[in-house]
Design a protein around this ligand. Structure first.
Ligand code: ADE
Length: 354
């Protein structure tokens, strides 16, 4: 589970060699691809500049004190680089990182096992930490605060508690939903940072860096055209560059320029805001089926045949940020901008212009 590697290692990763002819299961393929292009240092990590500066100071101070870092919590929409940043921190501290996610820590022995496997100074990264169950949380509290585990043995009258010391480690938690973290867990993180959506310029840089690793030719305009439709999210930008590169190779000579990028993105049904058919389906359902809202997320999910968590975690953050969706106490509403974007005249006159 170690993700420590040298930046030069990327050059050695041959995605095609690892995944020949037969297309592997998509999620697995995405993970391999993501890992192969992850930046490993602050110098190659693009964007989040204020956060990077703050982290560099924190790391420097911990090194001077010769102590592990305080526990850190990263929150923000998916795909902005929380796991990547944790890997960069480990690299910078010169320690190993063990990566897991809350749904994988279902039984007490899962979290106990991973805590007991840690060595001094190491980093434990728990993704989706808001999904940790109560028992796992209770185990984590003394481990985070005083570096010990309380284990009980025996039954009722003969029950004994064993206090097992743990090495001093750093927990890095990541969540898309900071609000769903319990108060006691949140309070145990010394450092809490929010990751922001990326600017078009930052995404262009990410795209050009990834193109370099994949040995794909891309012009500045081509990178910007993909960046414009990547919803402020490097994970999306990196996925799109692969798809656009396929298109450029099959239909043209392989080089991505602005015209080819736009053609390919149109074929992929990614519109000029970066919305895909699921995003547009969500907004269209609110407008056409629920009179623009408000409508509850579960009702919407059922109407769309989608998982409500996917809608909430993946689609909504960007729609909210782009001003296309509003969250109200009574449910979701489409904004006037959503009506305009989808070609409706206004929120009372639901006639599609196209
Ligand atoms: N790939 C994904 N996120 C990245 C980032 N922040 N910088 C560079 N490449 C990336």
């Amino acid at each position: 589970m170690s993700i420590i590697a040298d930046d030069n290692d990327y050059k050695k990763v041959d995605i095609n060699a690892k995944n020949p002819v037969i297309k592997p299961e998509a999620a697995e393929y995405d993970r391999n691809f993501e890992n192969s292009i992850r930046p490993k240092s602050f110098d190659t990590y693009i964007g989040q500049s204020a956060l990077k500066e703050a982290l560099k100071i924190t790391i420097e101070a911990a090194k001077k004190r010769e102590k592990p870092l305080d526990h850190l919590l990263f929150y923000g929409p998916p795909g902005l680089g929380k796991t990547t940043l944790a890997g960069v921190i480990a690299e910078q501290m010169g320690v190993e990182i063990k990566i897991t996610s809350a749904p994988a820590l279902e039984r007490p022995r899962d979290i106990i096992g991973i805590l007991m496997s840690l060595k001094g100074g190491e980093i434990l990264f728990i993704d989706e930490i808001h999904r940790l169950n109560k028992v796992a949380e209770e185990i984590l509290y003394p481990a985070m605060e005083d570096f010990y585990l309380d284990m009980t043995t025996g039954k009722s009258q003969t029950v004994k508690t064993l206090r097992i010391p743990l090495p001093k480690f750093t927990l890095i938690g990541a969540t898309t939903k900071a609000g769903e973290l319990s108060g006691p867990l949140r309070d145990r993180f010394g450092i809490i940072h929010r990751l922001e959506f990326y600017t078009e310029e930052e995404l262009s840089q990410v795209i050009k860096r990834t193109a370099g690793i994949l040995e794909v030719e891309i012009t500045d305009d081509g990178a910007r055209a993909i960046a414009r439709r990547s919803r402020g999210t490097p994970r999306i930008a990196n996925r799109l560059i692969k798809r656009v590169s396929d298109y450029a190779l099959v239909k043209f000579d392989g080089t991505i320029n602005e015209k080819i990028a736009n053609l390919a993105l149109d074929v992929l049904s990614i519109d000029e805001y970066g919305l895909d058919s699921t995003d547009r389906g969500l907004l269209t359902a609110i407008i056409e089926k629920y009179d623009g809202g408000p409508v509850g997320i579960e009702t919407l999910a059922a109407a769309l045949g989608e998982d409500s968590r996917t809608l909430e975690d993946v689609c909504e953050p960007f729609l909210l940020q782009a001003g296309l969706l509003q969250r109200t106490p009574r449910g979701r509403k489409a904004t006037p901008a959503a009506y305009r974007h989808l070609g409706y005249r206004n929120s009372t006159e639901q006639q599609n212009l196209f």
